[in-house]
Design a protein around this ligand. Structure first.
Ligand code: GDP
Ligand code: MG
Length: 458
């Protein structure tokens, strides 16, 4: 469901959490990714622009610094997406003491019949004595479809295949229906909301007086749901919407946001063809699911546990001056545990963060990092400050290996990585002159990436 939007959102939050400095560039790039994904989900272009502008405006508050700035931006992003979907959870209010009637409306193929049985099963499971009433008298197959669905899920189903008048079908079963807490009513659709359909719905409504009249809309129509929902609101007094086929289209975002625009509450979403594939719609938890995290707090925690900005600055300065020893390297490793990626180092070097360094070359290697920590712990202060002497005196290698429970190969590998990092920064002497917002030119960048990519092996 909305896979692209989901991955764009996750990417955005990770970008914020992982950024050393949340600067304009980071914000612009997060907003750009998000906007692209929203457009792909068929969200109205004006809304997309609005949300982008708002995030940029909120994020531009320079007074907020450091981690707070990341938290702020994370919250802004989260809240803006939430406001696109609607902040409230709407629930049908059902009372077992008093019979409730829910009538489903919609165009052909919107999912009325399927959703009728889904709803019946949903409430039967929750202890309601539930019945289905089939009032789609125009399509002979409709009654058959309902009966089968009802049989499968053991729900009392009332239909009349021969009767062509919906009100007469109701009259026929009126008495039987009195025994039930809840009656779900399937109605006939049309190709469009024409006069005939409006009249039929109005006649049924007047007679049956449903407590809820819900429009079913298939998510496939995307943002066109706005027009459909508002037409039905005007003509038939609907209370809200059920969006079906959320699982089978990339446009579901458009349908959801469109309903929020018309203030037609979305009560349920259909997420598959099976009778159990119905969920209540709660914007808050829907977003949490899109983001792959429990809630906003989870996100903020992630931001807080990400690399600490102050120490990143310190390391950056050291790197630029070239006095970056193994202790700094170790500190870096410790910090990276949470984020789990050496690419953080690359990010700190102006321009390099933008170079396309193959991810697996910089990828997580928790195990190796642990080993390196042990190795550094077994070194003398002199060795830490001056790692070159270790390679010159192999007795040192042996001693450290023994002390740290590793092999000399492990130590050599660590030294290689450390040297590479140092060399990389020195090799691009004058790095500190480079404007971080400009980065390296593409030639410099390619050269670095090549060098880095080739040598950086884990
Ligand atoms: P009606 O004309 O409004 O009564 O629509 P139906 O209930 O007959 O559904 C039309 C088609 O959509 C059927 O093939 C259903 O199986 C399918 N359908 C309904 N809801 C969902 C859903 O949530 N997901 C998927 N994938 N298919 C659905
Ligand atoms: Mg039908």
């Amino acid at each position: 469901m909305l896979n692209k939007l989901s991955s764009a959102l996750k990417k955005g939050f990770n970008k914020i959490a992982g950024a050393v400095f949340v600067d304009k560039k980071t914000i612009d790039s997060v907003v750009k990714d998000l906007q692209r994904a929203l457009i792909q989900a068929d969200v109205n272009i004006h809304l997309v622009k609005q949300i982008g502008d708002k995030i940029k405006k909120e994020a531009a508050n320079e007074k907020i610094k450091g981690i707070e700035r990341k938290e702020h931006l994370t919250k802004v992003l989260h809240d803006e997406i939430l406001s696109l979907l609607g902040t409230e959870k709407h629930e049908l209010k059902l009372d077992k003491e008093k019979q409730t009637k829910i009538m489903l409306l919609g165009l052909y193929g919107a999912g009325k019949t399927t959703t009728t049985s889904k709803l019946a099963v949903y409430y039967a499971k929750r202890g309601f004595k539930t019945a289905i009433l089939g009032l789609d008298v125009h399509r002979p197959a409709a009654a058959e479809q309902l009966e089968q669905l009802g049989k499968q899920s053991k729900i009392a189903t009332f239909t009349d295949k021969k009767q062509k008048n919906a009100l007469k079908v109701y009259e026929k079963y009126k008495k039987d229906l009195k025994d039930f807490d809840l009656v779900i009513i399937d109605t006939a659709g049309r190709h469009s909301l024409d006069k005939e359909l409006v009249k039929e719905i109005k006649d049924i409504s007047k007679k049956i007086k449903p407590d809820y009249t819900l429009l079913t809309i298939q998510a496939d129509i995307g943002q066109a749901a706005k027009q459909q929902a508002s037409e039905f609101q005007k003509a038939c007094d609907i209370n809200g919407v059920i969006i079906t086929r959320m699982d089978s289209t990339a446009k579901a975002g458009g349908a959801l946001t469109a309903c929020n625009e018309t203030k037609a509450p979305v009560y349920f979403i259909g997420t598959g063809e099976k009778v159990g594939d119905l969920e209540t719609f709660n914007p808050q938890s829907f977003i949490s699911r899109l983001l792959g995290l429990g809630d906003l707090e989870g996100l903020l925690e992630k931001v807080q546990s990400a690399v600490d900005e102050k120490s990143q600055k310190k390391i950056k300065n050291k790197l630029e001056k070239g006095d970056f020893d193994l202790r700094d390297f170790q500190e870096q490793l410790k910090q990276m545990k949470g984020m789990g990626s050496l690419s953080k180092i690359a990010e700190m070097i102006p321009g390099l963060g933008k170079a396309k360094i193959p991810e697996n070359m910089l990828g997580t290697q928790e195990h190796k990092m642990k080993k390196w920590q042990h190795i550094i712990d077994s070194m003398t202060e002199q060795e830490i400050k001056n790692p070159e002497i270790i390679e010159k005196q192999t007795t040192r290698l042996g001693r450290i290996a023994k002390g740290s429970g590793t092999t000399t190969t492990d130590i050599r590998q660590l030294l290689k990585q450390y040297k590479l990092l140092k060399e990389m920064t020195q090799g691009t002497s004058g790095l500190s002159d480079i404007d971080p917002s400009q980065g390296l030119n593409s030639k410099q960048m390619q050269k670095l990436a090549k060098k880095f990519g080739k040598k950086m092996k884990f």
